[in-house]
Design a protein around this ligand. Sequence first.
Ligand code: CP
Length: 307
Amino acid sequence: MQIRHLISIKHLSNKFVEKLLKSAREMEAHPEAFADRAKGKILADLFFEPSTRTRLSFESAMLRLGGNMLGFSSPKGTSVEKGESLADTIRMAHSYADIIVLRHYIEGAGRVAAEISNVPVISGGTGSQEHPTQALLDLYTIWKHHGRFSNLKIAIVGDLRYGRTVPSLSYVLSLFPNNKIYFCSPKQLRVRREVLSEIEGKVEYEELEDLEEVLPKIDVAYITRVQKERFPDPQDYLKVRDSYVITPKTLGNVKESFILLHPLPRVGEISYEVDKLPQAKYFEQAKNGVYVRMAILDYFLNYPWEV
Ligand code: CP
């Protein structure tokens, strides 16, 4: 069996995730061995929302695999401005490229694109719904530091309502046994009920507000930005934007093996003084995105292994 598109972590098995991340580890260790895997192939990156990491790391991954890319980093300057639909944009992209990475503000845009496209569609994040490739690189970073996918205690912190990395990370953690998630947020930004319904019975979880309460017992804290652009009322954003600010003092009582992650960009949730601490792994996490996205592109272009 082959998976045709990567729109949601919910479509993946733990075996698939393990195999993909082991492939990413091979690519990190021996990049030269994979330098021709996408030779003659073209990636279309269609970004309807801003991005630095997702777009550039997919492009870097495609170049490292010997491929090329085309696309846009904003709908400005494309025929979307003249009213062209997403469906027709996808029809054009699949005529010009062998694989599509799509970031869109509309939830469900990835599913629509996958239904239309003749070539694999990889979600680069849609609305507040999901960001599956981010969750895969998050788990890769956790695996590199803790050496396991299971028996992990993880606090996911901040904007759990609008942050799209939150559902995807929760789903991927729920594929492996004995993980525990602490959802840590202000009341207004609690994790959405549909996400809890999806993980119910698959992974243990707890909702709380006080991060300091759990810091000494967790393996990973995953801090997220409060998503200003998704608040219907800007006043509501101002009330919660500084709910959690990590400083060196915050991390005074963590386990020796503890790591601090953030999908980035940060806008004040982690003070710059934290960057030099050994627990700060968020820039390495972003770099890992290249290897994980190399493995994703290789899988969907070449299907090198069976699911
Ligand atoms: N983590 C992430 O998706 O970053 P970008 O928005 O810069 O792609």
